[in-house]
Ligand binder design. Structure first.
Ligand code: ZN
Length: 386
């Protein structure tokens, strides 16, 4: 046996060569150093990935402009960064459900729109253009609302501007309803009448009134909360009532026995039910008003308002689609075809005009000097009363 040993002894790399023990040891130390450096290098991306979720605040810690009736906790920082706002969508706070209840329906309406694109010829069939405008707007309004809820805590000014866009999208949606109702939902006896010929132009005026009034309501919110709420509710109720006049008349005709219910009218009735529920939830602030702090994260009125609005829009879409399909032949023989200018052209013009209104209301907010509130720290007293 070599060396008189039963088992050979492993003496490291280079065993049996002329490298001494001290050389081996210094090699070993170097290897350990490299390993430690390597471990540090490996830890770097782990550190980068371990981000902290934004801190949440109670109602008395945030400026008045961010406070909601009956919501006591779960407020995000009033000067959050854009990244914090995005991350907060995945953190439970008092806006999370508001964000998702309009983000997911956006995808539902987009899916319905793409399905329709494969069956309806939006490019060359002018009869479908009112539907095209309507479908575009029911995808746009929940998405804009979702973005408004995500980024509304970057600053008091950004909060106002985010909601200006939200109101603008809602008022354009009301125009989309008017365009589709004006062509597909109008009762037979009103086709080619004065009201049908002036329905869309009046709806354009309504959308400008709605955006202006709702944006203005934010400027008087802190001094006169009741007046602000009344102005904002009125701003959305006026175009809704105007758009729904043909539908109310059809429901009355049904009640008087002048026409049958049918698929379209039953869907329109469900839509009206949800529209009234939406309006009630928006104005009543229930249930959180009865038990402040109990519904901060789940079940407060704004979340229910979002859900009611989306379910209502679903029934409205079904009603419009049913009317469009079932009345096609009759409408094509008794009324003129929808024009590009009266549908897509009107949408583009109203979009530009509404953007102008939003720009007018946003300008004083963007140009006013901002106090230094110590970004990314706990909200301070100086910033509270903005
Ligand atoms: Zn909302």
């Amino acid at each position: 046996m070599a060396g008189g040993r039963v088992f050979p002894v492993w003496r490291g790399i280079g065993a049996g060569s002329s490298i001494s023990w001290s050389q081996e040891w210094s090699r070993c130390l170097r290897f350990r150093e490299v390993c430690q450096r390597g471990r540090g290098a490996i830890r770097l991306p782990t550190d980068m990935l371990s981000f902290k979720l934004p801190q949440l605040f109670d109602i008395h810690q945030v400026p008045k402009v961010f406070r909601e009736d009956g919501i006591i906790s779960g407020y995000r920082h009033p000067r959050s960064s854009a990244l914090d706002c995005l991350l907060s969508s995945f953190q439970m706070n008092n806006e999370t459900v508001n964000i998702w209840t309009h983000f997911l329906p956006t995808w539902y309406f987009l899916w319905r729109f793409f399905l329709l694109c494969s069956t309806v010829n939006f490019l060359s069939d002018s009869y479908t253009w009112p539907l095209l405008v309507y479908m575009l707007l029911i995808c746009v309004y929940p998405f804009t609302s979702c973005c408004a809820h995500v980024f509304s805590t970057m600053s008091p000014e950004s909060r106002h501007i985010c909601y200006f866009f939200d109101y603008g999208a809602l008022s354009l949606y009301s125009l989309g309803c008017a365009i589709s109702y004006g062509y597909y939902v109008m009762p037979d006896c009103w086709v080619n009448s004065w009201i049908q010929q002036h329905f869309v132009p009046i709806a354009v005026g309504n959308s400008l009134f709605c955006t202006s009034m709702s944006c203005y309501s934010r400027f008087v919110e802190l001094q006169f909360p009741q007046r602000s709420k009344a102005l904002r509710t009125g701003a959305f109720v006026v175009p809704f009532l105007f758009d729904t006049v043909p539908l109310f008349y059809r429901v009355l005709l049904f009640c008087w026995g002048g026409c049958g219910m049918g698929d379209a009218l039953s869907n329109h009735c469900y839509h009206l039910l949800f529209a009234f529920l939406t309006c009630f939830l928006f104005t009543a602030h229930l249930p959180e008003r009865l038990a402040p702090g109990r519904f901060d994260y789940f079940g407060h009125s704004h979340q229910l308002f979002h859900i009611a609005a989306v379910v209502g829009t679903h029934f409205q879409m079904e009603g419009v689609l049913a009317d469009m399909a079932s009345r096609r032949l009759w409408l094509q023989t008794h009324s003129s075809a929808p024009s590009f200018l009266g549908t897509v052209g009107t949408l583009v013009l109203s979009f530009i005009l509404n953007l102008g209104v939003i720009a007018v209301f946003s300008a004083p907010l963007l140009w006013k000097p901002r106090p230094d509130c110590g970004q990314q720290h706990t909200p301070t007293c100086e910033c509270k009363e903005q």
